[in-house]
Ligand binder design. Structure first.
Ligand code: ZN
Length: 350
């Protein structure tokens, strides 16, 4: 009996000491992970002061910036552009910053120092920078910078909002990378608050368009469905304005009318997949193009292995699965001709 009891006691001590060693080593590995954890900057606007917060080695550092370090008011750009000589478009980067910069560099949109190199060209990001991958913030700041540099060279960067931008702005955080759960915890904020109206990038995002027209090409994340046009006179400025204002509306309120279904449903500009999934006929597509008064529509949202064309170059899909973190392409439009730009910078005409 005594022997047995002793055996049980020794066993318990042994097990608990192994267990506590495991807890200790787990603590150590979390510590190690934290010491390598960096993110930011996130720039907040508090009482007219700019506060930059950065996470370095798992610790938040905070500093006040000069009041004029960043614009705090962003005027929405117009929705239509004409006589543009060269256009490049890509989409669905989903935090895969490394693939995106490789693609942009090799296709000479940016130089080796990540500065604008596309002259008076227009670069269109057709939505979905947010979610899945873990370099979303880096990508946003790069686009933010390129936009300013492009403007100074007579070019433009258009960042169109996709369904994943609208999801984050409406606090749907299901698809964020684990990294950002830790970042927001360290910053003591919810993830969507890192892009709220009280941040530089948040204000910038809220000025962005959902759909634009350049020459004879419409760019939009999901696509334009016939159902959508039936519900709207096709006024781009008006549609972009409605979408921008919807960011501040709650889902519940939008769902109380048919608004949510029209602007956020599966036939909406940001969620539609009909060109790829609905077996539309050539005449369906021609009708849509006539209604939007354009020759081509360029969309993201539906993933393919490369940039693809449908309906004899009437529709282009530029989601080339950059989200997988391995490969990506972009679309070039020059002199009414269309080209795929491959990851290593080869140009292949459609
Ligand atoms: Zn999408």
């Amino acid at each position: 009996m005594i022997k047995n009891t002793l055996f049980i006691i020794i066993s318990i001590i042994t097990i608990s000491s192994v267990f506590s060693q495991e807890v200790e080593s787990k603590k150590d590995s979390i510590k190690n992970e934290l010491s390598e954890f960096s993110d930011g900057p996130y720039i907040f606007i508090e009482n007219n002061r700019l506060i930059e917060k950065t996470i370095v080695s798992g610790k938040v550092s905070s500093r006040v910036l000069k009041a004029n370090a960043y614009d705090t008011v962003f005027t929405p750009e117009k929705s239509a552009f004409n006589k543009v000589k060269k256009i490049a478009a890509l989409s669905d980067i989903h935090g895969q910053y490394d693939v995106a910069i490789e693609l942009l560099k090799n296709n000479k949109i940016i130089d080796k120092n990540l500065n604008w190199n596309f002259g008076s060209g227009h670069l269109v990001i057709v939505g979905d920078i947010f979610d899945r991958g873990n370099k979303v913030n880096e990508m946003l700041w790069l686009i933010y910078k390129l936009e300013i540099q492009a403007n100074n060279k007579g070019g433009r960067v258009h960042f169109l909002l996709g369904n994943h931008e609208y999801m984050i702005l409406h606090k749907d955080l299901r698809y964020i990378s684990e990294k950002y759960r830790l970042s927001s915890k360290l910053l003591n904020l919810e993830y969507d608050q890192l892009y709220s109206h009280k941040t530089i990038i948040g204000r910038w995002l809220r000025s962005k368009s959902t759909i634009i027209k350049i020459n004879n090409n419409v760019f939009v994340h999901g696509g334009v469905s016939e159902d959508f046009i039936v519900n709207n006179d096709f006024n781009l400025e008006k549609i972009n304005d409605v979408m921008r204002k919807s960011i501040e509306r709650t889902k519940q309120e939008m769902k109380s009318t048919d608004f949510y279904n029209i602007y956020y449903g599966n036939k909406s500009l940001i969620w539609y997949r009909g060109y790829f999934n609905d077996n539309l006929t050539d005449s369906d597509i021609s009708k849509i193009l006539e209604l939007v008064n354009s020759k081509h529509i360029i969309v993201g949202h539906c993933s393919n292995e490369e940039v693809v064309q449908l309906y004899e170059n009437k529709i282009f899909g530029v989601d080339s699965s950059i989200k997988k973190g391995k490969y990506g392409e972009l679309l070039f439009i020059e002199n009414k001709q269309f080209f795929r730009g491959t990851l290593n910078g080869k140009k292949i005409q459609f």
